[in-house]
Design a protein around this ligand. Structure first.
Ligand code: 5GP
Ligand code: ZN
Length: 176
C-alpha cells in the first residue's frame, strides 16, 4: 500500500495510491498535478504569465520558452523572453535551456529588425535587485533602437573600477 509516482507526461504527473499484491494490485486513488504548477513560484508574475493565469501579448510560445511584449515598453517592440520554469537569474538556468533562450533571442531580434524597421537593438538582462531586476524570474529584454529615439541605455565608466583591472581578472580566472 503506497503512493507511487506512476506517470510523468508532458502536461501532468500522476501519483497513484495502490493496494494489493502482484496481479491483484488496484489503483484506489489518483492524484494529478501539472509540472508547471510544481515549478511555479508563488506570487511570481512571470510564472503566472507562463501558466496563462495572467494574460500577455505573446510573440512566441513553446513547451519551455515564452516571448511576450513588455507591459511598459522602453521602445516600440520591447520584448521579453523567459523560461517557463521559474529560475531567478542567468546562473540558475540549465545549459540546454539557456541555449534555447539565446537562439530565441536571436530569432526574435531578427524579426524585430525586419518587422519594425529598427536600426539596432539592446539585449539586456538584469540579474538581482542590485542590478535593476524587478521581476525575480529570469528574463531577457530585447529593446529595439531607432535613430533619435531618446533612450539612454549607455554604460558609464567608473574610475574606481579601473584601478585594479589586472588583479580583478586574476581573481575571476581562479573560479573558471
Ligand atoms: P526587470 O527590471 O526585472 O529586468 O524588468 C521587468 C520588466 O517586466 C519591466 O520592463 C516591466 O515593464 C515588465 N513587466 C512587469 N510586469 C509585467 C506584466 O505583468 N506583463 C508584462 N507584459 N510585462 C511586465
Ligand atoms: Zn517565476
Amino acid at each position: 500500500m503506497a503512493w507511487v509516482l506512476s506517470e510523468f507526461k508532458s502536461r501532468q504527473v500522476h501519483f497513484d495510491f495502490k493496494i494489493g499484491i502482484g496481479k491483484s494490485v488496484q489503483i484506489v486513488r489518483r492524484f494529478s498535478v501539472s509540472p508547471l504548477h510544481i515549478q511555479m513560484e508563488k506570487n511570481c508574475i512571470f510564472c503566472k504569465i507562463a501558466s496563462g493565469e495572467i494574460p500577455a501579448t505573446k510573440v512566441h510560445e513553446d513547451d519551455k520558452l515564452l516571448a511576450f511584449m513588455d507591459i511598459a515598453p522602453a521602445n516600440v517592440g520591447h520584448t521579453l523572453i523567459i523560461p517557463k520554469k521559474h529560475h531567478e537569474i542567468l546562473t540558475d538556468i540549465p545549459d540546454d535551456l539557456l541555449k534555447g533562450i539565446t537562439l530565441l533571442t536571436k530569432k526574435i531580434a531578427r524579426a524585430i529588425l525586419s518587422a519594425l524597421g529598427a536600426e539596432g537593438f539592446n539585449v539586456i538582462m538584469n540579474n538581482k535587485e542590485v542590478a535593476g531586476q524587478v521581476v525575480p524570474h529570469a528574463h531577457i529584454h530585447i529593446i529595439p533602437r531607432y535613430r533619435g529615439d531618446g533612450q539612454q541605455l549607455h554604460i558609464s565608466p567608473n574610475p574606481r573600477a579601473k584601478t585594479s583591472v589586472d588583479e580583478t581578472a586574476e581573481k575571476i580566472k581562479k573560479f573558471l
